[in-house]
Design a protein around this ligand. Structure first.
Ligand code: ATP
Ligand code: MG
Length: 365
């Protein structure tokens, strides 16, 4: 019988994406069916209460506490698979766009990139995991010298995005994953997961704002590659704090008010616009920097992260930026019952990273 059960054993087709954020953990479980990504379950658990803090505020929990929270979340969300991918926080990674000598031979090119990368990574190369992407930008032989101050004799250049993560960071994530009884086949910097889940047209330059709890990640994506990235140290927790101070209410009450009232409702309480305008003015600087450097205009802005679920944010942002602004809808890339759509659309931005991870993991199935 063992023979038959092996023969007809159903291949495991469910996968789970894990996002370890500063304020909460998120999981999204997908299954592949007829080539489609079917949503099986999802869930979120705030880290604050596990460390004596508040829901919606960033935390600094120990790996052991995160492991315990993750175990709870997997149980509460009824995750049935161990097969996962995991996000790496942007703050724990290094992304640098550099101009390097071009080689026609791919092997030689690889050697050049690995050698040159040492100059840009601030720690010994043996202490990091290094990855890179060549930025498609026309014919490298022709792009030589245009904006470059390098002597022409040095030959043509290519643009390369270097991505480095410290080994200690990976070990810590691996311990959390193993402690929660999961098996991960990859770890990915969260902005790549977000792009997969939230950017619909990766060819044109698009700016992404991931409005998290403590920080907002701002980056420009073009041809699916990150051309520019920047962290603003203002996030949605600052709105809660502003409401708490000016409304003289607890952080818990302020958090609830923020979620209920949205931008205009909370205006009387603590001016969320002040916080958003700090985020948006830094984002605008990134936008202008990109447009000036590349002589191209950014086609649209996509907002993700928990802060992007703030009621009326889309309208407010459209008034600030003179270009198209969208609120990410990552679950649109998954199949789910029609009655769930309104909820999935509402909470979607917060799950962009977890959806993006799960979508990549599904490619392995
Ligand atoms: N409906 C809502 N309205 C307004 N803000 C919300 C809403 N839901 C969640 N938030 C806020 O979003 C923030 C959390 O966002 P998110 O889950 O993206 O952060 P994170 O991933 O933990 O943080 P980071 O990405 O910075 O590590 C919290 O500050 C929370 O208060
Ligand atoms: Mg996040």
């Amino acid at each position: 019988m063992a023979f038959f059960s092996n023969l007809f054993a159903k291949k495991e087709t469910s996968v789970v994406g894990i996002d370890i954020g500063s304020s909460s953990l998120k999981v999204v479980q997908l299954r592949k069916e007829r080539g489609q990504a079917v949503l099986e379950t999802y869930g979120e658990l705030s880290l604050g209460p596990y460390g004596g803090g508040e829901i919606g505020q960033a935390t600094n929990l120990s790996p052991e506490q995160i492991t315990e929270t993750l175990k709870d979340l997997l149980r509460e969300a009824k995750v049935t698979t161990k097969s996962c991918g995991v996000s790496i926080p942007y703050s724990r990674s290094l992304l640098t766009l550099v101009s390097l000598p071009y080689r026609a031979d791919p092997k030689e090119q690889k050697t050049v990139i690995e050698l040159e990368a040492r100059k840009y990574i601030p720690v010994p190369i043996s202490e990091v995991q290094l990855d890179w992407f060549v930025v498609p930008e026309g014919n490298p032989a022709q792009s030589m010298g245009n904006n470059s101050t390098e002597p022409l004799a040095q030959g043509p250049k290519i643009k390369v995005l270097l991505v480095a993560v410290h080994n200690d960071e990976l070990t810590q994530l691996q311990n959390i994953v193993a402690g929660a009884g999961l098996s991960a086949s990859f770890y990915e910097i969260e902005i790549f997961s977000t792009i997969r889940a939230a950017v619909l047209e990766p060819v044109k330059p698009v700016m992404v704002l991931d409005i998290g709890a403590a920080t907002t990640k701002v980056y420009v994506v073009e041809h699916g590659v990150v051309a520019l990235s920047h962290a603003v140290s203002v996030g949605s927790q600052d709105i809660t704090r502003a409401i708490s101070v000016s409304g003289n209410v607890s952080l818990t009450q302020a958090e609830a008010l923020k979620k209920e009232e949205g931008i205009s409702g909370a205006r009387a309480l603590g001016s969320p616009e002040l916080v958003f305008s700090r985020i948006f003015s830094e984002a605008r600087r990134v936008l202008v920097q990109y447009e000036t450097m590349h002589h191209k205009s950014i086609a649209s802005i996509v907002c993700t992260g928990g802060g992007a679920t703030t009621k009326e944010l889309g309208e407010y942002a459209k008034g600030v930026f003179a270009i198209d602004v969208q609120i990410a809808d990552p679950f649109a890339k998954t199949e789910a019952p029609a009655f769930m759509r309104p909820v999935l659309e509402e909470i979607g931005p917060e799950f962009a990273v977890a959806v993006g991870i799960a979508l990549r993991k599904l490619e392995e199935v």
